[in-house]
Design a protein. Sequence first.
Length: 329
Amino acid sequence: MSDFHINSMIGRRINVNKGGPEAKAGQLLHSGHNYMVVGTDEGVVYYAARHLKSVGEDLQSDNNGEKNGTGEFYDYLTPSCFSAIMDNMIGQNVKINRGGPESRQGVLLLSTYDYIALATEKEGVVYYKTDHVKSVSVVQEQEENDANADGAESGSRTGRGSGRGTGRNESPVKGRGTGRGTGRGTGKDTGRGTGKGTGRDTCKGTGRGTGKGTGRGTGKGTGRGTGKGTGRGTGRATGGTGGCTTGRMTGRTTGHGPAAAAMDVTYYREYGFNNLFDRLALKKVKINRGGPDAIEGVLTECANGYVVVLADNVIHRILTKHVKSISAL
């Protein structure tokens, strides 16, 4: 489909793909060099043009550039290319792909010209080849709160009394947190806060909630205190530096979403995606997140355009162009 036809639909309601995990309805906000920006009910989604199968136009819509007809406008990026979009998302909680086996959510640690590093909660750091990233979006705050609230419900009043800290390491609030419950913050540590409030004897639970910190920390979330000891919940601090320092191979990132695992994360910065295979040689790895092409085993070498993986006493040779993602186990 030509850029001319795509540009003619800007401002209109469209359907991205007819079905599948990447199918989504929304408003076409922008058409870039190799990507499209679509405003959806989940926020702004950036689609890589190379993975789009179809675009349908809703002829009955007339939103005049507004979100859901409410008059609230979308805020979005318009960089030179799809890879540059992710350059601007480093340190944020993002969702890679809408669904399917390669869909993951986490803190974006690194973005290079042909791969990204994503800190996930369950799989550690996952390296995606940019060519296989179909879409990317920043996770909305409401989505984070809903996910954490679900976890809090199963905690049954644990950690109440965490208060409504300000994220300054020492909270002046001592007993006001009885109504907030746990899991409303984004922290994941267990915490032993006593809360000195009405929830005094129930604080040996998950201790996930830290309220909504103002984010005055300088790289470690909201620090250690909300009330009298809710552990190390991250709150919503945005003061952290995120990502790793340029030129280093290890990095510390803080702040967004459920990625408490990203509080202290080691990851590799290489020239290109294929260079990661040398870095991960002789380690147990997982290649691709799921589906028939997923495999777990020891990566022995990378040569002549394929990687060699030993799994279950079988030597597998996988073409590097078919490696969508890789992570160390």
